[in-house]
Design a binder for this molecule. Structure first.
Ligand code: NAP
Length: 246
């Protein structure tokens, strides 16, 4: 049987990297998109190939239409018809109240987290409809319903947009045999917290999480893998919260 070909955006680090490795172990070939960290991308690709999967890496900014088209074109040309998308590349900008936020940071978060997801979903929908089916998993966040006051309400708003996109697109694409779901992680131990200026955040947050700890990227990858597998064949429009109960 042909191996499914799945695109993972932001596959060089964190949740995206864990998803690449888990999906490869589950039998997918992987097109790994990343922004700029060549070393990290190539290291993940090597780990993926060690499982026997094929893997290409494509440096691209998902907020740019031409880059997204190039990512999908490369995946199709080098690996074959794309049947899966993990829409994962996301940014928060610096922590702080909205009153302190810079317009350029707000714009970047919307460009990557909202426009980027839309551009990737649009191309995936076109390709998968032509193929006769497929599955999309959008990485949302528990922030979409918590609102993240004082931290990044703009990021929370972008993730609420992800949830709306997931619900609407699942209804739009169901008749084409394309399932669209989201995973909404809680606080996961990745580089994202250091990038936003607070590396100690996952450890500190543990007390407020019913399961008593931050999550691991592999625990999000497991949910992603299920939503891309035939085991979830009747699941679409779902927003699966994986947050330790928060
Ligand atoms: P991360 O460790 O900071 O990794 C971000 C990844 O996205 C990297 O691979 C980075 O590439 C890539 N990336 C960033 N901007 C991009 C762009 N414009 N185009 C293409 N790739 C881009 O992040 P993470 O924690 O794994 O987060 C992944 C997703 O989960 C995001 O959507 C985030 O909002 C969501 N999430 C995370 C948490 C959490 O606690 N960590 C919680 C809820 C939701 P480079 O390596 O090249 O920089």
């Amino acid at each position: 049987m042909a191996r499914p070909v799945t695109i993972v955006t932001g596959g060089s680090r964190g949740i995206g990297a864990a998803s690449c490795v888990r999906l490869a172990a589950d039998g997918h070939d992987i097109a790994l998109g990343y922004l700029s960290n060549d070393d990290a991308a190539h290291e993940v690709a090597e780990t993926v190939r060690e499982t026997g999967a094929r893997c290409i890496t494509v440096r691209c900014d998902t907020s740019q239409e031409a880059d997204v088209e190039r990512l999908f074109d490369a995946a199709g040309a080098e690996l074959g018809a794309v049947s899966g998308l993990v829409n994962n590349a996301g940014v928060t900008g610096p922590l702080g109240r909205l009153t302190e936020a810079r317009t350029e940071d707000l714009r970047r978060v919307m460009d990557v987290n909202v426009l980027g997801y839309l551009l990737c979903c649009r191309r995936a929908a076109r390709d998968m409809a032509a193929l006769g089916g497929g599955a999309i998993v959008n990485i949302s966040s528990a922030a979409a319903t918590l609102g993240s006051p004082g931290d990044y309400v703009h990021y929370a708003a972008s993730k609420a947009a992800t949830d709306a996109l997931t619900i609407g697109l699942s209804k739009e694409l169901g008749p084409d045999g394309i399932r669209v779901n989201a995973v909404a992680p809680g606080i996961i131990d990745t580089d994202m917290h250091a990038t936003m200026g607070d590396p100690g955040r996952p450890a500190r947050a543990a007390a407020a999480i019913p399961l008593g700890r931050a999550g691991e990227a592999s625990e999000i990858a497991a949910a992603v893998a299920w939503l891309l597998s035939p085991d979830s064949s009747y699941t679409t429009g779902a927003i699966l919260r994986v947050s330790g109960g928060r």
